[in-house]
Write a protein that binds this ligand. Structure first.
Ligand code: GLA
Ligand code: ZN
Length: 677
């Protein structure tokens, strides 16, 4: 089971016609026609409408909405409607609402307020999914099922405590095993009865919030449990859907780099991945590229759907800037360049009331087509139509992998010491930025992924080591590849216990170093690092974390210039097999990170076509028939001119470009070059 069938990149988004009268629907579809909108996501928040009381299901309105979309020839991504539960449910069964980290039992309100462990929620959400699927499975317009909405958050209620204990029994079998894994001899925590175990919250193991815990091992397991409990909610609904819809693909919309949910644990249970892209600002091109790649990597490189993005602005932030003219288009093409096989918006028409009334929409409150936003959407619709099917299913030919690991993210940020200032995402973003600047096609993959197809594996802040990863990293180097890792890697096992050996644990052989001590300093303290030698030598800044390294065979590439460890190694390279292991022991600034990453890429001749043109992104997708699409994305507010490497046809304009010709991209311009074969 994989992506929904489609003849071109589906274009459209969340559509909530239940919020306005039917005569408006007609206007909506005429506007959809002119914008080439061919897919609508329906019913994401319809539970209160489709089940107005426990023993009453009423699909009359949803029937009309689905019939209208079908009659208008649109594809439908149909939601089960469980993204928010109805008031009657919370009233009748108080157990369905969540208890928060502070121990406050929530009453009815907001959305995403369902306790994942509540048997009532599980039963009724699955029953709704069952009925929705039974009713609409044979509607030809329905292309995919959308379960829930943006699963996330956490619950600390008594039902979740019981669920946690069951999950622990399953994981550990005996209390002895659990006590050992959690290191409970510390602070008199030895558990003698499963019922003594409490969810780690502000009332139990935590102080100063969710990242400060007396027992990181307990908190780590609660994060895993929560991720699994919500996954069970998704799987309940999916199983109910499968009773009447054996083949239509099922998804739920992820949120990219979202810390509370380990999407690697979820991905095998989705037929295809979809995600919602709401970048924090308009300087986030590299971050979006990373997130698209992470989403594509969840299912072994299979394309994904961009389920939501705003056409113009968000409403949930304190300040909600507009996407400048051209940015919505550019970022949509960036998604396609990184593997999106659908480009969808939240939302097609703006809500009139409630908290999202100012959230951007393809159609605003006045229902006009003569707005800048509508025009840009319609132009993109026309371009996607022109593109046709060529990009669907096309894969990214990556020789470089960036490892991304929720366990390491959690363990690093829960840790007391060495530094609260080192944030997992920041480290990953810096190494990714270096790869992105170099124009490398890369996969962002789990630590369990098959690494045998990569020449370079970059593993920033690989704090927690599990399984056979160290051996698989060694295998990359043995056959001639390079592995790069950083400070705070190889520190703990999967229970968050330190290794009884030199840091970086079982990465030590590959890296040819041992880390003797580490020094954490405030952001104002800089220790310069000298990288390289001779003509290549550069001095860069390092901050936050400085590990003191004693080479065990590794060659020194960079040294600290200050403090009592001046002259000792900050960056090393160790020959291993036919390849090598690179260790970066300090929090290098971006220039330093990029310098090291370029050294590694150069060795393997892996730079992209325009590595020295800042903010000109390139990405390649290769279709099943071998056609090769080169996406060039100009993230600059001014034009840029480059020389083509290969000739080809720009699929957006039909223009031919010869190899070695000048190619001009306007500000925020996009070229999709189908290269000559
Ligand atoms: C999320 C949700 C949508 C909507 C948008 C607004 O992505 O899934 O329902 O709230 O945010 O940005
Ligand atoms: Zn709960």
């Amino acid at each position: 089971m994989s992506l929904p069938l489609s003849a071109k990149v589906p274009f459209g988004g969340d559509y909530n016609p239940e919020q306005w009268p039917e005569d408006v629907w007609k206007q909506d579809y005429r506007l959809f026609d002119s914008a080439r909108i061919d897919l609508v996501t329906l019913g994401v928040f319809d539970w209160a409408l489709t089940q107005p009381a426990e023993d009453t299901y009423d699909f009359a309105l949803l029937d009309r909405i689905v019939e209208r979309a079908s009659a208008e020839g649109r594809g439908i991504c149909l939601a089960t409607g469980t993204g928010a539960h109805p008031p009657w449910l919370a009233k009748a069964y108080p157990e369905v609402t969540r208890t928060d980290f502070e121990g406050r039992k929530h009453r009815f309100g907001q959305r995403h307020n369902s306790c994942p462990s509540s048997p009532v929620f599980r039963r009724l959400s699955a029953e709704l999914a069952r009925r929705v699927a039974r009713r609409y499975a044979d509607t030809p317009a329905v292309l995919a099922w959308h379960v829930g909405n943006e699963y996330g958050g956490a619950c600390y209620c008594a039902l979740c405590a019981a669920g946690f204990r069951n999950w622990l029994r399953h994981r550990y079998g005996t209390l002895d095993e659990l006590n050992e894994a959690w290191y409970t001899t510390f602070w008199s925590h030895t558990f003698t009865d499963w019922d003594e175990i409490e969810p780690p919250s502000a009332l139990t193991e935590h102080w100063r919030g969710p990242d400060h815990t007396a027992f990181p091992g307990i908190t780590l397991d609660y994060l895993r449990f929560t991720s699994d409990a919500m996954l069970t909610n998704f799987r309940d609904e999916k199983a109910a859907i499968r009773e009447s819809s054996p083949t239509l693909p099922v998804t739920t919309n992820f949120m990219g780099m979202y810390r509370p949910i380990d999407y690697h644990r979820w991905a095998p249970h989705l037929d295809f991945v979809s995600w919602d892209n709401y970048p924090p600002d308009d300087e986030s091109a590299a971050r979006m590229a990373l997130t698209h790649d992470l989403m594509r990597g969840l299912k072994d490189g299979q394309p994904f759907w961009l389920m939501e993005q705003t056409p113009s602005c968000t409403a949930c932030r304190d300040v909600n800037p507009l996407k400048r003219p051209g940015l919505m288009r550019l970022w949509s093409w960036q998604a396609v360049a990184h593997g999106a096989d659908a480009v969808l918006f939240f939302q097609l028409r703006a809500s009139r009331g409630a908290s999202e009334k100012y959230h951007g929409a393809v159609i605003g409150h006045a229902g006009r087509a003569d707005t800048r936003v509508f025009r840009e959407v319609a132009e993109l619709g026309a371009e996607l139509e022109r593109l046709g099917p060529v990009s669907l299913g096309a894969r990214t030919p990556a020789r470089v992998a960036l490892l991304f690991d929720w366990d390491s993210w959690w363990a690093l940020e829960l840790s007391d010491g060495p530094s609260r200032l080192v944030r997992y995402q920041q480290v990953v973003l810096a190494y990714h930025r270096a790869l992105w600047d170099a124009g490398v096609d890369l996969d962002v993959v789990a630590v369990t992924a098959d690494l045998s197809r990569y020449d370079v594996v970059v593993a920033p802040a690989l704090h927690l080591l599990k399984g056979d990863l160290p051996q698989r990293l060694e295998a990359v180097a043995t056959r001639g590849g390079s592995v790069l890792t950083t400070y705070l890697s190889g520190r703990v096992d999967e229970n968050d216990q330190a290794f009884l050996m030199d840091v970086p644990g079982s990465l030590g052989q590959l890296m040819g170093v041992r880390v003797d001590e580490w020094d954490a300093r405030g952001p104002e303290v800089v220790n310069p690092v000298r990288l390289g030698d001779g003509a290549d030598q550069v001095d860069v800044d390092a901050r936050l974390l400085f590990e003191l390294v004693i080479p065990q065979g590794a060659q020194v590439i960079g040294t600290y210039l200050a403090d009592f460890y001046a002259g000792t190694p900050a960056v090393t390279r160790n020959a291993f097999g036919a390849g090598d292991g690179w260790y970066v022991a300090a929090g290098l600034d971006q220039a330093g990170v990029s310098w090291v990453v370029r050294q590694v890429l150069d060795q393997h001749d892996l730079l992209g076509p325009y590595p020295d043109v800042p903010n000109l992104e390139s990405a390649v997708r290769v279709a099943a028939d071998g056609s090769r699409l080169l996406f060039l994305l100009n993230h600059r507010a001014e034009p840029v001119e480059v020389t083509t490497r290969n000739g080809g046809v720009d699929l957006l304009t039909g223009d031919r470009t010869a190899a070695g010709a000048a190619l001009r991209l306007p500000a925020y311009g996009v070229v999709v070059l189908e290269e000559d074969r």
